[in-house]
Design a protein around this ligand. Structure first.
Ligand code: SF4
Ligand code: SF4
Length: 610
């Protein structure tokens, strides 16, 4: 391009200053809000290596975006990579505007770089056109009913940037230069004023995540009740709220939203953002009110599909459970079932409300040894294994498998609920009491290893209890049985459809082990939504103990999918899934498949006891 005149340089600098002011006017305000929010209790940058890896994988490689939605994902990834490639091109473009370009196509580096950027420009132009068609013509429902005009404008500007860049290879004129410049200068201030703010914030959000899936932060002391008002919103929550790109991935996979509940996880993130925009982080206005309803917060099964899917690092579960904490700890949540559940946990030490004598009778009947320090494993019964008839069957069969493998075990006399439903429903007091009592029992009994049939118990003991002490290592019975699969009998059996429990899959990353155990006894098949994308049974988050669901039942939705596979057996690996599907399978099918836990399926092939 011919060198700019002094007048052109002055016009360019004035427009650049105006564009930068437009950017900062909104971006500075967002930064001040995030900065003014309270610090996150217990936050640490360690382990740093994992953070760097997550950043490299999720931000630079866009792995999550591509894995979870391959076609639109790769289109998004090209737009992102194009932005990175264009950073140098844009700097050089601005430098050209003041008469000092530092990169030219005459040098070898400049030539290679500009051609590389041109290849990206083609990919970005194609990708952004595809994303535009998807958003405005295909219109997936989880993007929301109102398609925002700003997305269209931004798509047009990005397309124009690419075209005006490519045009310079044929017409390197001032007209093209100004067309590119004006597009850039309009685009810049639009970034913080629209959902495209995620372009700037999301790399930071991913890097500053809580460092683990569904990490519920500790309360900061006696005066911390959870997320009750704006004053309770932390910097990480505020950062995440402003990072949401409104893609609807969370909504697409949410069992509550997909069965007609009020809850929409995208609206939780956007609700926090709207609250901060209107009231700010120093407000006493309740968080559950204008933008997020209490009903929505208590419809969550804590399945974690939303948090798992989010490409920009929004952690929904600490927010949802934080809101529940705020409502429960301040007495604002009034629910008869919830009150009864908390009383049962406090009085009887189990969620089902039975006297602990009932558990003892079951132990006596089964002649389970009491753990005395000489056995290898403590077999954790859990509320379902100790009191629920079907859960008891699972425990008995798993005990037979352990006997067959020669693994010694004992059960605790004074085991109580792990506190999982209290924890997920936001009752920290009850959760703390149960965690501390159980930790004391385990220490006194000198337990070294625990095995459990319940993924909720495994998660709560291994992760949530850490706030109150270190528990012995615990594993799920699928992990235990898979380790000894060569010693378990094989049988040619029926077609088994395996349902991934949320707390075993997304929470613990265990997908192959239960399938390996089932493969010993039949042909294992997957339903359409499986592994990381498994659809919840509806029991998590304490919801198994609350009242009737509104809308369709989550368990029925899933049961229909399991029945449609044509399998003769549904293989479950969680006693809560088992409870939910017990009625659901019969409700959706005249000839429902058999419902069995993986331990029951493995035990069926064992030789009869001598
Ligand atoms: S955890 Fe599951 S139920 Fe709760 S909002 Fe997320 S996707 Fe929906
Ligand atoms: S919270 Fe995450 S997954 Fe949900 S809409 Fe926002 S960016 Fe997308």
């Amino acid at each position: 391009m011919p060198a700019p005149s002094l007048v052109e340089i002055l016009i360019f600098l004035a427009l650049l200053a105006a564009s930068a002011c437009g950017f900062w006017w909104r971006f500075g305000k967002v930064l001040r809000i995030i900065q003014a929010a309270k610090p996150d209790p217990g936050f640490s940058l360690q382990p740093l290596g994992k953070r760097i890896w997550d950043f490299f994988s999720e931000v630079l490689l866009q792995s999550k975006v591509i894995q979870q939605r391959p076609l639109p994902g790769i289109a998004h990834a090209f737009v992102f990579w194009g932005f990175c490639a264009f950073a140098l091109v844009t700097l050089n473009h601005f430098a050209t505007g003041v008469g000092f370009p530092f990169l030219s196509r005459d040098g070898w580096f400049g030539r290679i770089y500009f051609y590389l950027a041109a290849a990206f420009a083609v990919c970005v132009a194609v990708s952004i056109s595809g994303l535009f068609i998807r958003r405005f013509f295909v219109r997936p429902i989880w993007l929301g009913g109102n398609v925002s005009w700003e997305s269209g404008v931004i798509a047009f500007l990005i397309f124009n940037l690419m075209i005006t860049y490519l045009a310079t290879f044929w017409y390197d004129t001032k007209l093209i230069w100004w067309a590119h410049t004006l597009t850039l200068l309009i685009f810049m201030p639009l970034i913080p004023h629209t959902k495209h703010l995620h372009l700037v914030l999301s790399p930071v959000t991913v890097f500053l995540s809580r460092g683990g899936f569904s990490q519920i932060p500790p309360l900061a002391g006696d005066e911390d009740f959870g997320l009750d008002t704006g004053k309770d919103l932390t910097k990480i929550v505020a950062l995440q709220a402003y990072s949401c790109v409104e893609c609807g991935r969370c909504t697409e996979h949410c069992p509550a939203y997909n069965t007609g509940k009020v809850l929409n996880p995208k609206e939780i993130a956007l609700g926090v953002r709207s609250y901060l925009n209107e009231f700010g982080p120093a407000s006493d206005e309740p968080l559950l009110g204008k933008y997020i309803s209490q009903e929505a917060a208590f419809q969550c099964t804590t399945c974690g599909a939303c948090e798992f899917q989010c490409p920009v690092g929004v952690e929904h579960l600490p927010i949802i459970i934080g809101l529940r904490r705020g409502a429960v700890n301040t007495g604002k949540w009034e629910d008869d079932y919830g009150t009864k559940l908390f009383l049962n946990l406090e009085k009887n030490g189990n969620a089902l409300g039975f006297s602990s004598m009932e558990r003892q009778k079951f132990i006596d009947k089964q002649q389970f040894p009491i753990f005395d320090g000489t056995q290898e494993y403590c077999l954790w019964l859990g509320c379902m294994g100790g009191y629920d008839p079907k859960g008891r069957e699972i425990i008995s069969d798993f005990a037979r498998v352990m006997d067959h493998l020669g693994a010694t075990f004992g059960v605790l006399k004074k085991e109580k609920c792990t506190g999982d439903p209290a924890r997920r429903l936001g009752n920290d007091l009850v959760f703390q009491q149960l965690a501390e009592q159980n930790l004391e029992t385990l220490t006194q009994s000198k337990v070294k290893k625990i095995v459990s049939i319940c993924p909720h118990c495994v998660r709560t003991i291994s992760t949530d209890w850490k706030e109150y002490g270190e528990a012995p290592p615990i594993e799920h019975h699928s992990e235990f049985m898979a380790r000894y699969k060569d010693k378990l009998p094989r049988a040619s059996g029926p077609k088994i459809v395996y349902h991934d429990p949320c707390y075993l899959g997304r929470y613990r990353g265990i997908y192959d082990e239960p399938r390996e155990v089932l493969a010993l006894s039949g042909e294992v098949i997957d339903p359409p939504r499986s592994r990381e994308r498994s659809f919840c049974c509806g029991a998590g988050g304490g919801l198994a103990f609350l009242g009737e669901e509104t809308g369709d039942r989550v368990s029925h939705n899933r049961a229909k999918e399991l029945v449609a596979t044509g399998a003769e057996v549904v293989g479950a690996a969680c006693p809560f899934c088992n409870t939910m599907f017990r009625d659901a399978l019969s409700a959706v099918s005249q000839t429902p498949p058999k419902l069995l836990d993986i331990a029951q399926i493995a035990a069926a092939s064992l030789p009869p006891k001598a």
